[in-house]
Design a protein around this ligand. Structure first.
Ligand SMILES: [Mg+2]
Length: 419
């Protein structure tokens, strides 16, 4: 079965003003929906970033895949690598670590690979998780992903989540998300306020949710010394401490000095980072992400490497829609050593999506593996058209949290080893 055509549709959807070390989310989040059509009439879906430079690379790579068999994983990868050449993409917000050529190839390849697996599953009557070795769990647990946030975007009405700028606001947000989704673990995006205020928020969460695992992720906003101090102050409170400080060497300095494991989706983001990170003992938990680890199959290979070298696994999330959630769920269901609840931005989508509702739902904080073959989701063409119209009208072509923050706070600087 051969690839006949590939359609790329950039979309935009409303995003609340979520704060992070780089600034604040803009009113619109961008994604690209990938449709791979075959000569036998089957269509597969993928979803990836919507930044213009990434979209242009997708547009360059897509024609190189036409004519290849949907099963020809390695040939597809080679074609994408050839199309990307020596190009290096570095995200503007800086929240997913340094750019590299391999990471760029992996990120461009990923949505095409996911779409081909969707097709292969549909053709065989199997779920993608079956193609990845078979599910080891029927439902994939996700964490409540909390953010400091403004009540609403500047010059806009307050959103349904309201403000969260202190421990009380964070606890209220957690109660809302845990109440609506049943999440069984909690992650706080930090790096926004001085560390002592974020420590207080974590303690407030511990008091409010004594039984739920807690994590904080300041996106490398702290120095190694501050990371060690915070880690020691949160002894016995955190499940893991995510990217407290920049770079493998910084993490390696902190890791032996704190009582919990360090996790990362910033200092280990492609294969070339694994050997030094492992040799230096920099991290104990890898947050994998198929969007930049080269798709689902290659993510299972990374998972096997982690098992070999004693790294635990969790899963990273960027703002996403239902195709990505389906792919994340299929992958997580089929990775035995993914023992931590995955991150997801789903609650912040507020129901906006490009897939037909119903296939993906949260039960006690977990997404049951959809029963239908492939990814288990269908494209909602009317919704896709509407979100594409948003893209054409919104005037945003790349995510830039820092520039958006500077419209409110002209002196704002991204926080890297800042505190
Ligand atoms: Mg992170």
């Amino acid at each position: 079965m051969r690839i006949r055509e590939i359609k790329l549709t950039p979309v935009a959807f409303r995003d609340p003003p979520l704060l992070n070390a780089s600034g604040v989310h803009e009113p619109w989040a961008l994604r690209t929906v990938v449709e791979v059509l075959t000569d036998e009439g089957l269509t597969g879906l993928g979803e990836t970033y919507g930044d213009r430079s990434h979209l242009e690379r997708l547009r360059t790579a897509a024609p190189a895949l036409v004519g290849l068999d949907v099963h020809a994983h390695h040939a597809q990868y080679a074609r994408v690598a050839g199309a990307v050449g020596t190009d290096v993409f570095v995200d503007q917000h800086g929240l997913t670590g340094a750019g590299s050529n391999q990471k760029t190839v992996d990120a461009v390849f990923s949505p095409f690979e996911v779409a081909c697996l969707d097709i292969r599953g549909k053709a065989a009557g199997l779920r993608v998780a079956d193609l990845l070795g078979g599910p080891v769990r029927d439902a994939v647990p996700y964490s409540a992903y909390l953010f400091y946030k403004w009540a609403g975007h500047p010059d806009a009405e307050e959103d349904r989540f309201g403000a969260a700028l202190d421990p009380e606001g964070i606890v209220a947000q957690a109660r809302l998300l845990v109440g609506e989704y049943g999440f069984g673990s909690i992650k706080l995006k930090g790096g926004v306020l001085p560390p002592d205020q974020e420590i207080a928020a974590v303690h407030a969460l511990r008091d409010a949710f004594p039984d739920l695992p807690l994590r904080i992720d300041p996106n490398a906003a702290w120095t190694p010394d501050t990371s060690i101090r915070v880690g020691r102050e949160l002894a016995g409170v955190l499940e893991y401490l995510e990217d407290p400080t920049p770079e493998i060497d910084g993490m390696a300095r902190v890791a032996p000095e704190v009582p919990m494991k360090l996790a990362t989706n910033m200092c280990v983001v492609t294969h070339e980072h694994l050997p030094p990170a492992i040799a230096k003992g920099a991290v104990g938990v890898l947050l994998t992400d198929h969007h930049y680890w080269g798709g689902l199959l290659r993510s299972t290979q990374v998972a096997a490497l982690c098992a070999t070298f004693g790294l635990e696994l969790s899963m990273h999330s960027n703002t996403h829609l239902g195709i990505s959630l389906a792919a994340m769920t299929q992958l997580a269901a089929a990775v035995p050593n993914l023992t931590h609840a995955c991150d997801t931005h789903t609650p912040w989508q507020q129901g906006q999506d490009v897939v037909v509702p119903g296939a993906l739902r949260f039960v006690d904080g977990a997404v049951p593996l959809p029963a239908a073959p492939g990814l288990g989701v269908e494209l909602d063409r009317a919704a896709l058209a509407e979100l594409h119209e948003n893209y054409l009208r919104c005037g945003i072509e790349r995510r830039d949290d820092t520039a958006y923050m500077r419209r409110t706070d002209p002196a704002f600087q991204p926080k890297r080893a800042y505190w």
